[in-house]
Design a protein around this ligand. Structure first.
Ligand SMILES: C[S@@+](CC[C@H](N)C(=O)[O-])C[C@H]1O[C@@H](n2cnc3c(N)ncnc32)[C@H](O)[C@@H]1O
Ligand SMILES: [Zn+2]
Length: 262
């Protein structure tokens, strides 16, 4: 299923190296992932989320507070599906989907730090480093694609998905992290995602999933905060409000937008 990021030829695995017919080769890292970035996004360059962001995401997701979202997504996955977790981050959901459904699941992200953490912990799930602008997979090989709070690339998602394949695109819902926003802003606003039409996909429905959580422990509250875009937009004075919290009570809400590949 993997193709060469340089010439798009099929990649074959020979021992610990992926090679195409033209002899472009990509070694597996010791953690078990392969870096398939090419050109100006070559190996080693720091792009995507950094190590601290990866660690914050892991610390928070491992509390299980977002498992209600992962469980809902599993309802759309069949054990015979070929599943791709697009921009999978540190791999928590990717491995969750594999364990719960028995499907063949792989994940990729542009951040090497994220993928390193993912591959090190989740040995039974395959991870690779790649850019959504150029996904190194053959045409029409994915049954279910999952994209959680990550960038969208209609052209590439459409290319790699089978006809009638399902894309589950998750965005924060209107009331997501309301408790956090109330602390940060005098007048919190509700998230409002534009779902304009895509040519290659039919949007079938949006399923909203909700939960409430009391997040306890200063480090967990801060790791949740660090996962949000607000973290980078908040002044140091306002950050202090969150840093001193022992617990945070909040609504959680995600919209799962379900698209079918035409
Ligand atoms: C908000 S995080 C979500 C990660 C994961 N889906 C989760 O929910 O835990 C967004 C992710 O998108 C990745 N990303 C950003 N630009 C990307 C690109 N061009 N190609 C692939 N991944 C990208 C980041 O590195 C980051 O891991
Ligand atoms: Zn090649």
């Amino acid at each position: 299923m993997l193709i060469c990021p340089v010439c798009s030829g099929e990649l074959l695995k020979i021992e610990n190296t992926y090679k195409c017919e033209k002899n472009h080769s990509f070694d597996m890292a010791k953690e078990g992932y392969v870096n398939l970035l090419s050109g100006r996004h070559k190996a080693g360059e720091l792009i995507g989320d950094n190590r601290d962001m990866a660690k914050a995401r892991r610390l928070f997701l491992e509390t299980g507070c977002y498992d209600f979202l992962a469980e809902s997504i599993c309802e759309y996955i069949d054990k015979n599906d070929n599943v791709l977790d697009i921009s999978c981050g540190e791999g928590y959901y990717t491995d969750f989907f594999r364990r719960k459904t028995g499907a063949s699941v792989s994940g990729f992200d542009i951040s090497k730090e994220m993928i390193k953490l993912a591959a090190k912990k989740y040995k039974e799930t395959f991870f690779f480093v790649a850019n959504i602008a150029r996904i190194p997979l053959m045409d029409e090989c994915v049954d279910k694609a999952i994209q959680i709070c990550a960038p969208f690339s209609e052209k590439e998602f459409a290319r790699i998905m089978k006809k009638d394949g399902i894309l589950l695109s998750v965005v924060p819902g209107k009331r997501h992290l309301w408790g956090l926003k109330e602390l940060l802003y005098d007048t919190p606003y509700e998230n409002n995602e534009d779902v304009s039409g895509y040519e290659s996909f039919i949007k079938t429905e949006t399923v909203t999933v909700r939960d409430k959580a009391v997040i306890t422990g200063k480090d967990i509250v801060m790791s949740l905060f660090a996962m949000t875009p607000y973290y980078y937009k908040t002044s140091d004075a306002d950050k202090k409000k969150i840093e001193n919290l022992d617990s945070l009570e909040t609504e959680l809400e995600f919209d799962i937008r379900i698209f079918r590949r035409k």
